[in-house]
Structure formats: C-alpha cells, structure tokens
Design a protein around this ligand. Structure first.
Ligand code: G3P
Ligand code: MG
Length: 247
C-alpha cells in the first residue's frame, strides 16, 4: 500500500484550465472552470529562455497565440506580450500567456486545486522538472492542498522529486508500461495518469489494489466516464466541462 496521504482528486479535472470551452492554458480557461463549478484543473508548464515557469502545451507558440517560433527561445518578456486568446475567438483577444505565479495566485485565491503537468521543451527535461517543482513549492507554501506534479518525462519527475520531495507526484503515460509498478515506486509517485483509451478493467484493478490513485485523460463522453468510474478510476481529466458536471 502507498503510505502517503492521497491527493484530494475531484471526480473531474478541467484539462488545460477550462478544456476546449476557452483558450487552453490561460486564466480565461480557469475562470471558465470556476463558472462550471470545477474544483481542480490541469495545465501544462514549461520554461521560458530566462527560466520563468509559464503555461503552454506545444513546443512552439504558433497554434495557441499570435506569435511564431520555439517557446524555449523566447524570454518571458517576449512571451508575455503575445495574445494567447484571440485564436479562440474575439471575446478572448488579449488574453496573456500566464506564468505559473499568475496561476498560483488565481488558484489559491479561488480555492482551485491544480495538477501541474511538467511539459519540458526539447532538451530541457531535468532543469524543467527541478525549476517547476521548486517554484511550485514556493508558490504554494502553506497551502492546505499542494499542487500535484505530473509528467510524461521520467527525467523531469526525478528532478522534481529531488527538488521538492514533499510535493505529490503522478506518472503520466499514454499506454501503461509493463513496469508501471517499478516506475511508480522509484519516483515515489502517489498516482498514475493514463490515456483512458489504453486502460483495461484489469489494469485499473491492479493499480488501485497496489494503493495508487488513478486519473484518466481526456474523457469527454459521459457514457465512457461512467464506465471508467465503475472500474475504480478516481478522476477524469476532461475538455468538456459542459458535458461532465462538476462533482
Ligand atoms: O495531463 C493529462 C493530459 O494533459 C496529457 O496530455 O497532451 O493534453 O498534455 P496533453
Ligand atoms: Mg497536459
């Protein structure tokens, strides 16, 4: 059995702030989550060229902002003038690319729980894990519920573990690898986050029986959500806050 205190996952977690109802990884997304009564959100965090932790999914800024090029080559001053909302609709024009500090202030003020997905730029796995974990520990100092760190990158999680051992961690994967027990134990994770399409009922049972918490992404279909919850999945990360009611 896993000895740690469980992370208080709600049944649903808003993917990238507010799912697809608002521009991803912006404060407008988090506001949308609040509007739907969500109590937790996931977001993607990486490092700017000058090592500021900020929110962005892709390696490049072009899909979700009016800028162009590699995120890792830009300083936070350059990133902060981009419009990260206009691509989603005129109502969101001028939304900024938030820093992790912006999001921490918002989440702590609103009582929103946060799953920080450490999403390193290419070649920056270790330093991103270390700097994001250290910054998260600082920003949430004294909080009743710490942020949950997750990553697909084992090197990033290992660095996060060394930098801020007290912060809870989840190993994030698409298909669950055969050696999931060893990975979770080595990284001292409390949870596994997997693509719901690769999960089976037997694997869900094994993971839960081993004492770990289990989240599936990205679940947008209410019927599928019921199946997964029936298998013992603790939490579902979703784009469709309008279809999966907050619980
Ligand atoms: O953390 C779950 C999910 O966000 C992982 O996939 O590509 O949306 O970051 P992605
Ligand atoms: Mg993510």
């Amino acid at each position: 059995q896993h000895p740690k205190q469980p992370w208080p996952y709600p049944e649903v977690v808003a993917h990238r702030g507010g799912g697809t109802l608002a521009p991803e990884n912006t404060l407008a997304g988090f506001r949308e989550g609040m509007r739907y009564g969500y109590r937790a959100a996931e977001c993607d965090v990486k490092l700017s060229a000058d090592n500021v932790c900020f929110l962005l999914h892709d390696d490049t800024v072009g899909r979700t902002s009016n800028g162009q090029g590699e995120a890792r080559a830009k300083t936070m001053a350059e990133l902060s003038v981009l419009d990260a909302g206009g691509w989603k609709g005129a109502a969101y024009a001028g939304e900024a690319l938030p820093t992790l500090a912006n999001v921490a202030a918002y989440c702590r003020a609103q009582g929103m729980l946060l799953n920080i997905e450490i999403k390193p730029c290419p070649g920056r796995f270790e330093e991103t894990g270390r700097i994001v974990a250290r910054e998260a520990a600082r920003l949430w100092a004294g909080a009743a519920v710490p942020p949950l760190l997750s990553s697909f990158e084992i090197d990033a999680l290992r660095a996060a573990q060394a930098a801020a051992p007290a912060l809870p961690r989840a190993f994030l994967c698409e298909a669950i690898p055969a050696d999931w027990r060893e990975i979770l134990a080595e990284l001292d994770c409390m949870a596994l986050h997997c693509d719901h399409e690769t999960l089976t009922e037997a694997l869900a049972r094994d993971i839960k029986q081993a004492g770990y918490q289990l989240l599936c992404y990205t679940v947008n279909d209410p019927a599928r959500a019921r199946v997964l919850l029936g298998w013992g999945v603790d939490s579902l990360c979703t784009d469709r806050l309008d279809l999966l009611p907050a619980r």
